[in-house]
Design a protein around this ligand. Sequence first.
Ligand code: CO
Length: 137
Amino acid sequence: MIVSLDHIAIAVPDLSKAIERFMNDFGLSFDGKEDVVAAQTTTAFFPVDGTSIELVHPLAGGGPLVKYLEKRGPGIHHICFASDDLDADIERLKEKGYQFLSDEPSLGAHNTRVIFIHPRSCDGVLIELNEQAPHDG
Ligand code: CO
């Protein structure tokens, strides 16, 4: 079940400049950067009242986000809902005909399991579902 709006992600061509904006100009608290190898992105998070802004930038100048920025430019990239049972939500939505970008969830930022629903299934919006991964030990 979807339980909250986890974050809204913005694709940015200049990560440092965008971090400066959200931290200094908008005065949000900066939760740090994290490389997400599975998605080939570098991310930066700014928590705001129960949700977060996520900045996404190509990791080491590579990955699918490079093409995205060339083709569509900077802007809102995806929204992410937190799920309390990701596997059940994937199964339920697949049964309803939703298409996903991958068959299985991958590792996301902040120790989460994530999967993306194809924008063609959601009126052009890329939707990420995430679930907190169990901690080791
Ligand atoms: Co995200």
